[in-house]
Write a protein that binds this ligand. Sequence first.
Ligand SMILES: [Zn+2]
Length: 81
Amino acid sequence: MKQKQQQNKDEKEFTPCCNQSVDRKGLNVNREEDWKLIENHIEEKLRMYSSTESITPVSCKKCGRLLSYSSVLKRDKKYFR
Ligand SMILES: [Zn+2]
């Protein structure tokens, strides 16, 4: 399994602003269609996990790339660590 030997000379693999893989076509909150997907995803999650109070997409301020979701659990208020 020596497949990791090819190293590209151009280091465009990661965005400088948020260090995300450029190859990966991630969602971008600046793109309207992506934003809809994100919203749908959040709604679905909220429906699935009733203990989740809210989910906020965390995106790069510079390029708008979606980095992760930050969710607030209802229980966190009671038992916050
Ligand atoms: Zn970025």
